[in-house]
Design a protein around this ligand. Sequence first.
Ligand code: C2E
Ligand code: MG
Ligand code: MG
Ligand code: MG
Length: 290
Amino acid sequence: TAKEAGKGRSAVFDHPLNDSFIERMNIEKHLYKAMEQNEFELFYQPQVDLTLNKVTGLEALLRWNSPELGFVSPLKFIKVAEDSHLIIPLGDWVLRTACAFLKSLHEKGLTDLSMSVNISMLQILQTDFNEMVLITLQTCDLSPKYLELELTETVLVETFDHVLYKLNELRELNIKIALDDFGTGYSSLSYLTHLPITTLKIDKSFIDSIHTGTHQAALIEQIIIIGKRMNMCVVAEGVEQTLQLEYLQQQGCDKIQGYLYSKPQSAKNVEQLLLQWENTGIGTPVEFQY
Ligand code: C2E
Ligand code: MG
Ligand code: MG
Ligand code: MG
């Protein structure tokens, strides 16, 4: 205990986890009012279909610019939002905002575009989750086929029985289900046969080491083969380099998402970019430099 540690030292403040503990407390403190104060914004990252050479979808990604904390990474605040259950109203807001934006893009002539939305485990465990999704689609006057829900392996493995019937119901409505960060979790491949997955998103960590790792390329090749055999769409995440793009194209990867084509951008900027690409084609991608 702190007392035993003695000599005016405090165990609390010497604990290595302390920094992140304080950081989390701080995030939680400011997170509660962030929604009322409109501090959240959605950014959107294009997904490029390699066969069509066209943007076919966008992934909605949360951004939080806090007046007190500055820009906070979603990797940090989503975890806190989950622990405090704030992810429920926040997740509803994300879905509504993303769907409304997609509808507005359809109305501007980008009629084939889909929207991918990240969903937390806690959201899908809500009894009225499917109903909420449906109502949102109806309110926005959007066909369910334009919506894709992104789930991570952990969600699926830890809640398998609870979510299976929900996912099946969503699939029957023609909503797409993507397995995000694929390859990083501990799920067995057999989950793929039991769950109504439509899309596999290969995690950025594999893409990063296509040309440097020993076995990553082999894994990617097999993920693409399995995905395609199972009639799934295979998306590569975090593509930054032309060499990666060329390799993925050779292997038959369906879509890519990454800084090579575009970083996530504000609604206004991504709309401008998409309308421009409608006229000029998406052109030659620009390699990302750190
Ligand atoms: P994710 O769903 O796997 O999203 C992909 C992440 O990779 C995003 O990070 C994106 O900005 C980043 N990324 C995409 N292409 C590249 C690239 O070429 N290079 C690099 N370095 N990064 C790239 P971001 O926006 O920071 O989001 C991190 C994670 O936070 C997301 O990972 C997702 O798990 C979570 N997240 C974001 N928005 C939401 C949300 O609305 N709801 C929930 N539940 N989670 C969200
Ligand atoms: Mg995602
Ligand atoms: Mg991912
Ligand atoms: Mg992720």
